[in-house]
Design a protein around this ligand. Sequence first.
Ligand code: ZN
Length: 388
Amino acid sequence: MLLLYEQVERERCREAAHARKGKTVFSMITVDTRQGKRIAIISQSELCDPLDTGEYVRAYCHIHGSDHQRSLSINRATGWGHCFNAACEAIVLVAEWNPRIAQRLIHPHGGGASAFFPSSYASQEKRAPLFYQPVLLRPTRPAPKWQQDELAALLSLEKQMRAALLHSRRARAYLEERGIPLEIALATGVGYLPEEMLRLPEAKGKWEVLHRWAERIVFPLVSLAGEGYVGRTLWGWHPGMDENAHKSLLDRPRRPRRWIKTNPAGWFCSDLDQLARKLILVEGAFDRLTLIAAGFQATEVVALVGTAAPADWFPPHVDTVILALDADEGGREASNKLADRLTREGFDVRVHLPQQEKWGKDWNERWRRMGDQAIQAISDVYVEARSA
Ligand SMILES: [Zn+2]
C-alpha cells in the first residue's frame, strides 16, 4: 500500500515537474523581495513525497523537478526552506505553515486574510493526499504545570498590581529616577507586586509560584500564544541609587535575577492588531517607556524583552521596522541578524545604531543623561520612514 502510494506520489511530482518545464503555471506564486531575492510561495500540498525528519521536512524539489533526491528542506516551525541543489537553490515558503508571512509577501500592502489564498490554492488543497498532512502540523508543547499556575496567579492579581504601582512610594520613586512618568507606566499596563501582596486573600495558596515576583515592577507581555509578564526586581534598590550600581549589585551571586518572565512571554507592546504601520523595535521595557515619554505613540514602539521577533507576530499592515537596539556588541549583532531576516520576510527595515554610546548603552540611560537630544536621531529616522 505504502509502496503503491509512493509510486503514485512520485508520478504526480514527475508530472508536475514536466508541466513546469512546459511553462504550465501551477499554484506556486513567486515573489521578488525589495532586495532582489526570489521566493516561491508554495502550498504544502505541492510538496513531493515529504519526509518528516523532526525539525525539518525533506521533499523532492518540484521547482527544478528532482525525482531522485529530497533536496528541498523546510523548517516546519517557520515554513521557510530551500533547495540544496546547486543549480536550483530555490527559496520557498510553505504558505499554510506561515500564513501571515505568505500573506504579507503576496499582498505587501495589506489585504484581508480571506484574500490570502488565491483560488488556485483551494483547488490544490482538494487534491492533497490527506493522510500525510497530520505529520506536518506544527507541534505545540504546553507549558509545565507550575508555569501555567504562575501565569494564572499573576493574571488574577493584575488589577491589584496596577493599584500597587500607584500607591507604592518605592516603585514610584524608582520610575521617577528612571525618568518615566507614572501616567505612562499606568497607561501601558505596568504594575508592581509588593511583598505584602503575597499575604492578600487573593494570593492564598499561590506563594509557591508568586514569591519570586515579589518586589518587582511587572510589565504585561503579548504574543500569539497569549498574555504573559516580565518583572524587574527592585531588591536592594533605594532611592538615590544609580541604575548601574543596582545592576552590579544584582549581578553578584545568589541575588534575585534582574528580570524574570512567564511562559509564554512575548513583547511589551500594545495589542498586536493595534500596532502602527511603522514600528520601532527596542530591547528593553524601559527603552519603550522612554520613547513613549519622549513623544512616540504606545502603538509605535515594541520592546522585544529577549523574545525574538517572529515575523508572523506582526499584523499584515506593518510594512516598516526600525531596529533601535542597544548600542553594544550584542545589540549590533542582533540588529544585523534581525535586519537580514525581516528584510527577507518582506519588511522595509531600517537600522538605527545610536552614536552616543559614551552616554549609555540603552535609550533610557542616554535619555536620562542627555535629555531630548538622545531621541533626536531616532525621531528623524521615524519621520523619514513615515513620509517614505
Ligand atoms: Zn530545487
